[in-house]
Design a protein around this ligand. Structure first.
Ligand SMILES: Cc1cc2nc3c(=O)[nH]c(=O)nc-3n(C[C@H](O)[C@H](O)[C@H](O)COP(=O)(O)O)c2cc1C
Length: 324
């Protein structure tokens, strides 16, 4: 597979996890600027939506800028034919790879048989992988999954996925029922690696769950002999997570606020005043944390009523810093 960029990455490689409502194209641009992982993923995007009359809205989730490469589109659904067609769309959009979500535990989604529900229907999961490959025309097609639905079923489900000879398999080390409420089961990783070595030595493994820093991730990759680490919520408290060069203790409050303001500017460029600005409120915690009056500043942002007001409030906060 010529286009398999995964093979060209220096190991252990890093990936920012797909996170719905968080890792949108605006936030990813920020991450690219301040500390870029080896691979970015889009938020999960529904195949049926991509092919529906509401396509124009859904396809926003697959927008990205050239500087975001290497970037993988994550898609989800239940119908192999819509995966085939969605994969073709991802190829046209210029993605470097396509990932199939077989891990999301949200009930509204799994009750229709999608995402982590596919763990119970491997036949369909196999058809979906095959159809996506056919549509992907040589782009690497990977899967992100969990270790089971209610209990771990590594010997069945992970074995099955390994038999599909995927270029990369991301394993979030929890069951779907566990959501993210218990510590990730890194103790399962050695068994998974043994299976991989036996069944699919060419499949690279991305381990995922609770990894907080690059140093921790690299240590885990070495310990378990896996090729990469995917980082999710760690970005919530440290947007500079992937930056190896800066001294994090030297990042000033002003820099944090200016980064939030930059996020607002990029959001305005992408969506203008009209779009749902309220989603920006949740980002302020990413930028405004871990300094003395950060909660007060966040409370001020929460009170704003539109994007312009949020911009003015942030600007005023930055200006007021000079008087502290
Ligand atoms: C807000 C949020 C949204 C998420 N959305 C997705 C998604 O779209 N696709 C996906 O595969 N996983 C999604 N996840 C799961 C993460 O990718 C990751 O597997 C999980 O957070 C565990 O990694 P962590 O412990 O490093 O955060 C989401 C997680 C969070 C917290």
């Amino acid at each position: 597979m010529d286009n398999n960029f995964w093979l060209r990455l220096k190991q252990p490689f890093s990936a920012l996890a797909p996170m719905d409502g968080v890792t949108d194209n605006v936030f990813r641009q920020i991450i690219v600027e301040i500390g870029k992982p080896d691979v970015l993923f889009t938020e999960f995007t529904n195949c049926d939506g991509l092919l529906s009359t509401g396509r124009d809205k859904v396809i926003q989730r697959l927008k990205f800028k050239p500087q975001e490469h290497l970037i993988v589109a994550q898609i989800w659904g239940t119908n192999p034919d819509t995966f085939y067609k969605s994969a073709k769309i991802c190829v046209e959009l210029g993605f470097d790879g396509i990932d199939i979500n077989m891990g999301c535990p949200v009930r509204d989604i799994t009750q229709n048989g999608a995402c982590s529900a596919l763990i119970d229907t491997p036949l369909l999961a196999g058809e979906i992988i095959q159809a996506t490959r056919e549509g992907a025309i040589g782009l690497p097609v990977s899967v992100k999954t969990r270790v089971g639905r209610k209990t771990e079923v590594i010997n069945n489900w992970i074995r099955f996925l390994l038999e599909q000879k995927l270029p990369v398999l991301t394993i979030h080390l929890r069951t779907a029922s566990e959501m993210s409420k218990v510590p990730a089961h890194w103790e399962y990783m050695s068994r998974i690696v043994d299976l991989r070595n036996k069944i699919a030595p060419d499949t690279l493994l991305l381990g995922n769950g609770d990894v907080q820093t690059l140093v921790e991730g690299e240590a885990k990759a070495r310990q378990y002999h896996i090729e990469g680490i995917m980082y999710g919520r760690a970005i919530f408290s440290d947007p500079w997570l992937f930056n190896k060069k800066i001294d994090k203790t030297q990042i000033t409050v002003k820099e944090r606020l200016e980064l939030f303001k930059h996020h607002l500017d990029l959001f305005r460029q992408e969506y203008g005043e009209t779009n749902n600005y309220a989603i920006l409120k949740k980002y302020c915690k990413i930028y405004m944390n871990s300094f003395p009056n950060s909660a007060d500043l966040r409370a001020k942002i929460m009170l704003t009523q539109n994007l312009s007001e949020m911009e003015l409030t942030t600007q005023k906060m930055i200006k007021d810093l000079y008087y502290i």
